[in-house]
Design a protein around this ligand. Structure first.
Ligand SMILES: *[C@@H]1O[C@H](CO)[C@@H](O)[C@H](O)[C@H]1NC(C)=O
Length: 194
């Protein structure tokens, strides 16, 4: 897939590899990381991981799977970071419009509920990843596909998402993230209509 090489992801991988450093146990992981994936693949993979987290969150027997160090959570964190990198660039490389468009299309693809999953799983993520999610959603609210803001259409048919975001939360950290996301959604909804 030649079209899948985009500078931002390649740079991110180089940076991650450098940060993580050596260590024998990391060898296989290293090889895995050198693969560059399409924005669509990154979204699909994130969605699969979010589904696992979502399904596990109420099954008390599987609470272990939601611990931050498990493979699913590590993978999810890495995928969300990659999504953010595609949308925002990484300081060395600017975001690539086509990559952002592909990512946005896949994110808001019909019947995938990706945004639902992301919002509902947010409480189970570590605080850095929560911040990444909030930034990713804010960015997606203004991404255009064929000169249309598709996030706006998505929210129009998924109004229940706004209820999730306003629903009271005991946890102050969640409440802060949810209210930020809600504010971004509403602001862009209003802007999209004028
Ligand atoms: C975007 O998607 C199109 C069609 O699926 C593909 O041909 C192209 O390579 C993708 N671009 C990027 C940057 O992933």
């Amino acid at each position: 897939m030649m079209g899948c090489m985009w500078p931002c992801a390649a740079a991110a991988i180089a940076t991650t590899a450098a940060t993580v450093g050596s260590g024998a146990g990391r060898k296989g992981w290293w090889l895995f990381r050198t693969k560059v994936r399409c924005p669509m693949e990154v979204v699909r993979h994130s969605r699969d991981l979010l589904r696992i987290v979502f399904e596990d969150r109420d099954a008390s027997s599987n609470k272990e799977d939601l611990k931050p160090e498990t493979k699913v959570m590590v993978d999810l964190r890495r995928n969300i970071r990659e999504v953010k990198c595609i949308l925002y660039g990484n300081g060395e490389a600017e975001p690539v419009t086509e990559a952002c468009t592909n990512l946005t299309k896949e994110f808001f693809k019909e019947n995938t509920n990706t945004m639902h999953l992301l919002i509902l799983c947010l409480p189970y993520l570590d605080s850095e990843t929560k911040k990444d999610v909030t930034q990713v959603i804010a960015n997606l609210q203004r991404q255009k596909v064929d000169s249309k803001i598709i996030a706006s259409d998505y929210l129009e048919v998924n109004k229940d998402l706004l209820d999730v975001l306003v629903s009271g939360y005991d946890n102050m950290e969640i409440a802060i993230h949810y209210s930020t996301i809600l504010r971004d959604c509403i602001r862009h909804q209003v802007a999209a209509r004028h």
